[in-house]
Design a binder for this molecule. Structure first.
Ligand code: CP
Length: 317
């Protein structure tokens, strides 16, 4: 594996999931793989799980992980080619990224969308500029449109929990929120579940919250949440803002919040969320504190997803 930006960087999802679960069973099997190697973790946005799980994963492989909060502590970066830097940006990525390339063996980066201009966000300029100029492998810790380490984690968790021979029914259900959020997690989850091909996949959301077909093609899409929930084995709850009239939150209708009553429609579904979650807005206390929730198991699995990806990159270097 050269970079890890989306599911397209993975040749065999099941094999990566198997490696991750092997690391979960035996975290230090490859404890010498990353000795004398350094991982640079650049954060242009806040994080808790991604930051900590990636550091732990690197350490399990014997790698040193150095975290740099670019947005809070670094120079303000410019990403546009031929920019006249007379505004607020201080350093061009063309100058900064090659330096990171000399300091580190792998670069892991979290960026975020503006949610103002769809074309800009979906061009993935920030992460592409790092790939272009760093000269070392780049791992996405969430980009403007995708969150591949989260999605790999989600498939790991579903594989770990679901033991039946048949395909599970997985429902991605839109949830209310107080502000517009990126489409990254929903895009990425859709992209990975479709590529995995081992589930009956249904996406449910209010009208006007269609995601890009680039990621959802292959899924069944319905505006009727209760119909979607019938017989579900997993319900993945997530808010996202509008894609077409870009970056808006038209409504926050509480009727879209998952409750125990709605869960009765499912096949004793397990409930997933990437966290952080707004309690009693996106998901009710009764679900998060009840037996259906696997959100902590899911977040814990972030370590093994990151370890499998770093290991694949180190092995192919
Ligand atoms: N799920 C996730 O990416 O969490 P953080 O934003 O805390 O890293």
């Amino acid at each position: 594996m050269k970079n890890f930006i989306s599911v397209h960087d993975v040749t065999d999802i099941d094999s990566l999931v198997k490696t991750a679960l092997q690391y979960k069973a035996s975290p230090f099997t490859d404890k010498s793989l990353g000795v004398h190697k350094r991982l640079g973790c650049l954060f242009l946005n806040p994080s808790m799980r991604t930051r900590l799980s990636t550091q732990i994963a690197a350490q399990n492989l014997g790698m040193e992980a150095i975290v740099f909060n670019v947005s809070g502590e670094g120079w303000s970066l410019e990403f546009e080619e031929e920019a006249i830097m007379s505004g607020t940006t201080v350093e061009h990525v063309k100058d900064a990224a090659p330096v990171f390339g000399k300091y580190f063996d792998i670069l892991a980066i979290r960026t975020f969308p503006s949610l103002k201009n769809r074309e800009d966000d979906y061009s993935e300029l920030y992460i592409k500029q790092f790939i272009r100029y760093a000269g070392i492998p780049v791992v996405s810790l969430e980009s403007a449109t995708l969150h591949p380490l989260q999605s790999l984690t989600d498939i790991i968790t579903i594989t770990e929990v679901f033991k039946e021979e048949r395909k599970p029914k997985i429902v991605l259900s839109w949830a209310p929120h107080v502000k517009p959020l990126p489409q990254c997690v929903a895009n990425s989850f859709s992209q990975w579940v479709n590529a995995w091909g081992r589930a009956d996949f249904v996406i449910t959301h209010p009208e006007d919250y269609e995601l890009s077909e680039e990621f959802t093609k292959g899924a069944t899409i319905t505006h009727h949440q209760e119909e979607a929930l019938q017989g579900a084995d997993f319900v993945y709850v997530k808010n996202w803002s509008t894609y077409h009239d870009y970056g808006k939150l038209y409504e926050s209708d509480p009727k879209w919040m998952l409750t125990n009553k709605k869960l009765e429609l499912t096949n004793q579904a397990r409930v997933m969320h990437c966290l952080p979650v707004r309690r009693n807005v996106e998901l009710s206390d009764e679900i998060l504190d009840g037996p259906a929730s696997i959100v902590t198991q899911q977040a814990a699995n972030r370590v093994w997803a990151a370890q499998a990806v770093l290991s694949a990159i180190l092995k192919s270097k």
